[in-house]
Design a protein around this ligand. Structure first.
Ligand SMILES: [Zn+2]
Length: 198
């Protein structure tokens, strides 16, 4: 059973969040740490402020390795999809637009072809990145097993605004004052709440 709750994010300078001294995923003794990195542009009052939160999350050797592997297994195909398909689409559409003399419309020195190519490349690249990552996940599933299955897709993390390490998902609210944490292991979740007096 997983456990989800929201805690106030300790302001800079105050004692940070404390994690139990064992793996957040499987509960084995702590052997390593994985970095949970949350970067956001948040709205506070009238201003947009960049917020960067870093937490060292205790893991056992195995879960730390699987966190890295799962990240790479998602990241590499995603980036490849974006670069390859996005790049090719950009060149194809820009070239096509030049052949169709799109740049002769509107103001002189217009670069309609480049704008159109960039837009098409961006959309095609993101879609391809998502598909490549999903395909890699299916191919790699026998190798990684459940760890990969449980991790949200990178593209999905992008849209749900959440960050993930094995056993723990974190999601700040809009102003980054509260943090929603989901512990895959509810026993660790309870220990965490006790340690942080929450
Ligand atoms: Zn573990």
């Amino acid at each position: 059973m997983s456990q989800t709750f929201q805690i106030p994010i300790p302001p800079a300078g105050q004692s940070p969040l404390v994690f139990p001294n064992r793996c957040v995923c499987c509960g084995a003794p702590k052997q390593a740490e994985s970095t949970l990195l949350i970067n956001r542009l948040v709205t506070r009052g009238e201003q947009q402020v960049p917020v960067s939160l870093t937490y060292q999350v205790p893991h056992c050797e195995r879960c730390a390795r699987s966190t890295k592997a799962v990240f790479l297994a998602g990241c590499i195909p995603f980036v490849l999809g974006v670069l390859l398909v996005g790049g090719l689409t950009f060149f194809a559409v820009t070239y096509g637009a030049i052949i169709w003399r799109l740049d002769e419309y509107g103001q002189p020195n217009n670069t309609n072809s480049l704008v159109l190519g960039a837009a098409a490349g961006l959309v095609a690249g993101l879609v391809a990145g998502f598909l490549f990552e999903a395909a890699a996940r299916v191919l790699l599933l026998p190798l990684f097993g459940k760890a990969l299955f449980r991790a949200p897709l990178l593209a999905a993390q992008f849209f749900t605004d959440a960050d993930y390490v094995a056993g723990l998902t974190a999601r700040p609210d809009r102003a980054a004052l509260l943090l929603q944490l989901t512990f895959a292991n509810d026993e660790i979740g309870r220990e965490f709440r006790t340690l942080n007096n929450y």
